[in-house]
Design a protein around this ligand. Structure first.
Ligand SMILES: [Zn+2]
Length: 315
C-alpha cells in the first residue's frame, strides 16, 4: 500500500524538522524548553515531538474512519484505533514513520514513568489502556511485523521473548481485519477528498513557537494527504490545530473535526528535554526516582491526567 503520501511525508516532514531545529534558536518558549541541550538533542527532541504528533493524528484518524464509515468496533475503540494508528505507520514502511513509532513507544514510557514518579493513581477505569499497555500494544505490532527492525523497542520495554513470538500472528490478524474493513472505502479514482486545514493562532504568546513548529512540520497536511490518498471520504472534514488548554488531540463526530492541540507538541518536547537533562546528570537509572521528591517535581512538565488521544463522546 505504498502511496504517494509517503514521498510527501519524507520531504515535508524532514524539511519541517530541519527548518525547525535551525529556527529554534530565535524562539522564546521553545528555546526555554530546549535550554541547555546540545544541537543533536534539540534535533532529537523536535523529531520526538513530531513523531508523537504523527501517532496522535493517526489515532484520531482512526476515530474519524470509524465514525465516517460507520465501521464496527468489537472491543474498546481506543485500543482499536491505537492499533490502526500503528498499522498505518507500519504500512508506510518509511524511515520517518518507523521513527515516529519508536518515538511514540518512548512517549508512552516517559508518560508512565512521570505518572509513577508522581504516584498518580492508575486510571483503570479510563477508556484508554494504561500508558505502558499502550506501549506494549504498539511494540507487539511492530515486532510482529519486523522483529529485527524493532528489537530495540521491545528490549526497551522489556517485552518477554515468548510474548514477542505471539506478536507475528497478532500483527497479521490486526492488519487483515483493519485493512479488510477499510478496503471498500479505498480510493480508486483520481478525485481526492477535500479537507479544511486550519492552523489557528495561539491565544497565549507562550505557545507561538509551538504553532510555528506544528505548522512547519505540516502535521495537519500530512494527515490530510494520507487520508485523501487512501480513502474516499465526504468533503469538508476539518483538520484543526489549536490552543486547547491541555495537551490533547480529539475527533468530534458532530463537527467532523480533528483537533490537535499545540500543548501536546509542547508536552512531548518538554518531556524529552527533561529526559535528556536527567540523562546528562546521570539521573535516569531505575532507582533514581526513589528519592527525587520535592524539588524534582517542580521541574516536571505539566501533564494533564488523562492525556491523550480521546474521542469526544459520540452519541
Ligand atoms: Zn482516542
Amino acid at each position: 500500500m505504498r502511496r504517494s503520501f509517503l514521498n510527501y511525508a519524507r520531504a515535508g516532514a524532514l524539511a519541517g524538522l530541519l527548518a525547525m531545529s535551525a529556527s529554534a534558536a530565535h524562539a522564546d518558549t521553545l528555546q526555554q524548553d530546549l535550554k541547555d541541550l546540545s544541537e543533536k538533542q534539540i534535533e532529537d527532541s523536535v523529531e520526538f515531538a513530531f513523531g508523537n504528533a504523527l501517532f496522535f493524528m493517526f489515532h484520531e484518524a482512526g476515530h474519524l474512519l470509524v465514525s465516517e464509515f460507520g465501521l464496527p468496533v468489537l472491543g474498546r475503540e481506543e485500543d482499536a484505533v491505537d492499533t490502526l494508528s500503528t498499522l498505518l505507520l507500519l504500512e508506510a514502511d518509511d524511515d520517518v514513520f518507523d521513527t515516529a513509532l519508536i518515538d511514540s513507544v518512548d512517549g508512552w514510557t516517559f508518560s508512565a514513568d512521570a505518572s509513577e514518579a508522581a504516584e498518580e493513581e492508575q486510571a483503570l477505569w479510563d477508556a484508554h489502556g494504561l500508558d505502558r499497555q499502550r506501549a506494549f500494544n504498539m511494540v507487539c505490532l511492530m515486532v510482529g511485523k519486523d522483529p529485527k527492525k524493532f528489537k530495540q523497542s521491545a528490549d526497551d520495554v522489556e517485552m518477554p521473548q515468548n510474548r514477542r513470538q505471539e506478536c507475528a500472528g497478532e500483527f497479521q490478524k490486526a492488519h487483515d481485519s483493519w485493512f479488510g474493513v477499510l478496503k471498500p472505502h479505498l480510493r480508486t479514482g483520481d478525485k481526492k477528498s477535500k479537507f479544511t486545514i486550519t492552523y489557528k493562532p495561539a491565544k497565549t504568546k507562550d505557545l507561538k513557537d509551538y504553532v510555528d513548529l506544528v505548522k512547519e512540520a505540516k502535521v495537519l497536511d500530512l494527515l490530510s494527504e494520507l487520508l485523501s490518498s487512501l480513502y474516499v471520504l465526504k468533503d469538508g472534514i476539518k483538520l484543526t490545530a489549536a490552543e486547547c488548554g491541555e495537551p490533547n488531540a480529539y475527533w468530534s463526530a458532530d463537527e467532523r473535526e480533528v483537533t490537535y492541540c499545540y500543548e501536546l507538541m509542547q508536552y512531548h518536547t518538554q518531556t524529552v528535554a527533561k529526559y535528556f537533562r536527567e540523562e546528562e546528570s546521570g539521573d535516569n537509572s531505575e532507582s533514581a526516582s526513589n528519592e527525587s521528591d520535592e524539588e524534582e517535581s517542580s521541574t516536571k512538565p505539566t501533564i494533564s491526567k488523562n492525556i491523550i488521544g480521546t474521542a469526544t463522546p459520540r452519541k
